[in-house]
Design a protein around this ligand. Structure first.
Ligand code: ZN
Length: 238
């Protein structure tokens, strides 16, 4: 029997951690890739290491499948996110609630780099935590966008490339529920303590759902999802 394998786009956030757990549950061998483009903080990169170390120690059955971690430096993305805003687009950004470091279309770039790396590793399945339920404002997270990209990558690499997005139609409450289903309380605790989602890189404020400023759009979404999931659990228990 041939071994199945996948490459997971892993940022150290809640969504990509759940995707990594999901891939570890479903594939024989799983590798990870992260992108370094001068993120606002090294907080994200620290979270990656922390999450992987704890996944290995707390889930021996997954540790056996978790292979190499790859870091790709993409300084060009950093340059775009730091310097290229015009006055007009800056105003649009502030109004939209997106962080000003946001790079439009960046998931297309991430998957294209990941596909090239996967080709070299003999892997044809890419897994990412994109979701169109909560972030309908991010057109590069949409299923149509990513499935069309998978088609282009398959043609361009002359090999079938599959893009899997287990969270595509799952809201944040559903992501917490999925974590519990995959790894029980241990995985939920790991996500609370070790993953990082906050746009501001805040690790000083601890909430029931984890660390973060509590007010940026990413924190708000995470907190809302947590409350909805807890409420649903409580109503089932009574
Ligand atoms: Zn925040």
């Amino acid at each position: 029997m041939t071994k199945t394998s996948a490459l997971v786009l892993f940022s150290g956030g809640q969504d990509s951690t759940v995707c990594l757990a999901s891939a570890l549950e479903r594939y024989d061998a799983v590798e990870t890739v992260g992108f370094n483009y001068g993120q606002r903080h090294t907080v994200e990169l620290d979270a990656r290491q922390r999450v992987m170390a704890r996944l290995r120690s707390a889930f021996p059955k997954w540790a056996a499948k978790l292979g190499e971690d790859h870091m790709l430096d993409l300084p060009a993305l950093g340059a775009i996110s730091e310097t290229s805003l015009t006055r007009g687009t800056e105003i649009e950004f502030v109004a939209s609630g997106l962080p000003t470091t946001f790079v439009p279309g960046r998931n297309l770039l991430f998957f294209t780099y990941a596909a090239a790396l996967a080709w070299r590793r003999g892997i044809t399945t890419l897994v990412g935590g994109m979701c169109e339920t909560d972030y309908s404002g991010y057109p590069d997270c949409r299923n149509d966008t990513l499935q069309t990209l998978a088609k282009a990558l398959s043609l361009g690499l002359d090999k079938p490339v599959t893009i899997e997005t287990p969270l595509m139609y799952v809201d944040k409450a559903g992501t917490w529920a999925m974590a519990e289903k995959l790894g029980g309380t241990a995985l939920v605790d790991l996500i609370i303590e070790d993953t990082h989602t906050c746009y501001l890189g805040d690790r000083t404020h601890r909430h029931p759902w984890g660390y973060g400023c509590g007010t940026c759009p990413a924190c708000e979404l995470r907190a809302k999802g947590w409350e909805k999931w807890r409420a649903a659990k409580a109503s089932r228990a009574t």
